[in-house]
Ligand binder design. Structure first.
Ligand code: PRX
Length: 668
């Protein structure tokens, strides 16, 4: 998509009024008028609004100022000290509620007796985070140091995050689906010396060899002069692992002997809480920096309002994301636990052992809030209505969606077959950089429209502007920006001030550029239209096309590669790769070509992870380029989407015959 005025083709006119509240859980915000009044106040007096909100949480010492804003640097709750692990865990124990469930975990393997289920109380979490915190200190981990976490979805993953927060270490969680190369890049960038991992992770009945990947990463890091001093491994799958004496530690043995006395460290509100790497359009993934106080308040309040959480009302919250993504950080751990509603963690795949696993989980644990991604919803639709129909989903109160625009058809299916026409859907727009929800319905207040993330959350000044920062009239597409600071905003890109300025603050002066194109309809509702940069959103996860291209080019057969997004039935966007080969590697027949495509797909999986494997690879002698040598991605996008006629401007194309050639190969 180019900048300027973006043509929107989606016309959706259905509107759904907020339903009446579930028994025992009144809506926190119960009318659109109440929302509008509160929103107006939050924009006019952000310090008053957020200052009042923050008083709902525990601070060791109060702040002296709510906000200090020197564009583009925000400081929230200046001078205040707090600890997010204390607010998530210890606070509940101190209130005498240590026996209540905090995390309800379900393992993937499931036999005739059902799956393994673990219920961890706040007291359990306090003990376990204290033990691991003590153990990490014993390994020499200091306040402010980055601990890398690369685990499957086991409770110890949340415990590891919270233990870091407890002692003031910074965590960098790497999604367990990433390859060892991803670990190398992130560990190096963060100068991390300690890694917490598992022997393996269960995924669709198979074991993903996490420890093996860490070992490979450690060797590669050593080759680059970086020594990992400690690897702590939790035994989960029982797969064979090699052990490096002196460096490797067994999680169970290490924590068993560790002290349970490990008080939560008072952290400055602006101390770093975590680093989370996300893809950009150029270069290596960026380490997004999040700090303590503002993030904590924003997560707590959005969780409460957007999902309508009420402590002690028998609610059970389930977000299906992996903790390796921001959604898992914010809405499995940090937003939910301080609200004292149990958070469900599920270890495995949605279709293991069968396609109704999620509905079984909802029925088994009486889940009240269910938060998932459009890509998952499209898969459920494909698997068939009979799967949810077989299960009791009557406990559900609020449904959520996140990660990419949800197509109206999927929205309607979600409403009908999961929400049974009773549950409001909150389509939440936000990003790794924003930390928490930014544009979202409030379930008891906002009339919803399928496919729209509706209206901005409190304190969020979202707008659609052109390149000069001028607000565009409703119904005209443009750039989505945020014009005022918000508590959980990123504080930078780790180690790269310039990239922070360039990516978010340069294109439109004085405003945060989200990188999404969007428009507002006549009612002021926001409709996200997709990314404006070379980032593709595959299954709700961002991938830089550049990363996939570099992975392809690192294969000896590849001379040049261009990667673009293409429509994909389940993933929303799939990956199309146009590849030119080195002459010696040109396949002599179709079978050889297919084999090479498979090899390249596996190569990308190894380099980045399975989510980056191209859905389509096409060999071509040349790539369409401008006279200055820039690959014309929009042409490739049109070809990959199978557009009948190229209607785009091709005047800058250097060699017109290329288009015809690419099309010929299309038909071959
Ligand atoms: O393009 C938007 C899309 O996902 C991007 C953020 O990706 P990431 O940082 O990986 O975080 C995903 C989870 C918050 C956004 O720039 N996106 C996310 N949520 C929505 C969305 N697009 C439309 N509607 C949404 N609800």
């Amino acid at each position: 998509m180019s900048q300027g005025n973006i043509e929107s083709v989606l016309r959706e006119t259905r509107t759904f009024a907020p339903p009446s509240p579930p028994p025992g859980a009144p809506w926190h915000i119960s009318s659109i008028e109440e929302y509008r009044a509160k929103w107006k106040r939050s924009i006019e007096d952000p310090e008053g609004f957020w200052g009042e909100a923050a008083k709902g949480l525990h601070w060791f010492t109060p702040w002296s100022r709510v906000l200090e804003w020197n564009l583009p640097d925000a400081k929230w709750f200046v001078g205040g000290t707090t600890n997010i692990c204390f607010n998530a865990v210890d606070r509940q124990v101190e209130a005498g509620l240590g026996g209540q469930a905090a995390i309800i975990w379900e393992g993937e393997p499931s036999g005739p007796a059902g799956p393994e289920v673990r219920r961890l109380t706040y007291a359990d979490l306090q003990r376990e985070t204290a033990r691991l915190g003590s153990a990490l200190k014993g390994l020499g981990v200091k306040k402010g140091e980055v601990v890398t976490i690369y685990m499957g979805m086991v409770p110890e993953l949340a415990i590891a995050m919270l233990a870091c927060a407890r002692i003031g270490a910074v965590h960098s969680v790497i999604f367990g689906g990433f390859s060892s190369q991803a670990i190398v890049d992130r560990v190096l960038d963060a100068h991390s010396r300690v890694i917490i991992t598992c022997d393996g992770a269960w995924r669709r009945g198979k074991v993903v060899p996490l420890k093996e990947n860490v070992d490979a990463a450690c060797s590669a890091l050593k080759g680059q002069g970086h020594e990992v001093s400690a690897v702590v491994t939790l035994k989960r799958c029982g797969n064979a692992v090699t052990w490096t004496p002196g460096r490797d530690h067994d999680y169970a043995a290490l924590t068993r002997g560790a002290s349970e006395t490990c008080p939560c460290a008072p952290m400055d509100s602006e101390d770093m809480l975590f680093l989370l790497y996300t893809s950009g359009s150029t270069g290596k993934p960026k380490g997004i920096v999040h700090t303590t106080g503002g993030y904590m308040v924003h997560m707590w309040l959005t969780s409460k309002h957007v999902f309508n959480l009420h402590p002690g009302a028998g609610q059970v919250f389930w977000c299906t994301a992996d903790c390796g993504w921001v959604t898992g950080h914010s809405y499995i751990v940090y937003g939910i636990l301080p609200n004292r509603v149990p958070s469900v963690m599920y270890e495995g795949a949605p279709n293991f052992p069968a396609e109704d696993r999620f509905w079984e989980i909802i029925a088994r644990h009486k889940v009240t809030q269910f938060y998932t991604a459009p890509t998952a919803i499209r898969a459920f639709m494909k698997w068939g209505d009979q799967h949810p129909a077989r299960h009791d989903l009557s406990s559900l109160q609020v449904l959520g969606s996140v990660g990419e625009p949800i197509n109206p058809e999927a929205w309607m299916w979600y409403r009908r077959h999961i929400g049974r026409e009773r549950c409001p859907i909150v389509d939440t727009w936000w990003q790794t950089e924003t930390g928490g929800h930014m544009i979202t319905p409030l379930p008891g207040a906002t009339p919803t429209k399928p496919g729209s993330c509706t209206l901005p959350y409190f304190g969020v000044d979202a707008a659609i502007v052109d390149e000069t920062g001028r607000e565009l009239p409703h119904t005209t597409g443009g750039l989505l920006v945020i014009r005022k600071p918000w508590p959980s905003m990123l504080r930078g890109i780790h180690g790269d001030r310039q990239r922070y300025l360039d990516t978010y603050w340069s294109r439109v002066k004085g405003m945060y550029l989200a990188g999404d194109g969007a428009h507002r309809d006549k009612d002021g509702y926001f409709w996200i239209m997709g990314r404006i940069d070379d980032v593709i959103n595959v299954s709700g996860h961002r991938l830089g096309t550049m990363e996939v291209e570099s992975a392809l080019v690192s294969h000896p057969a590849v001379a040049e590669a261009a990667v673009v997004g293409m429509p994909h039935e389940i993933k929303g966007t799939g990956i199309a790769a146009f590849v030119t080969l080195r002459p010696a590697h040109n396949p002599h027949d179709r079978a050889a070509a297919e084999l090479l495509k498979k090899t390249l797909g596996e190569h990308v999986s190894r380099e980045i992870g399975a989510i980056a494997r191209p859905d389509m690879i096409r060999f071509t002698d040349v790539l369409p380029k401008t006279r200055s040598g820039k690959i014309m991605r929009r042409l490739l996008r049109a070809i990959a989407s199978g557009e009948e006629k190229i209607t785009q401007d091709t005047t800058t194309l250097e060699d017109f015959s290329i288009l015809a050639k690419l099309r010929e190969q299309d038909e071959a």
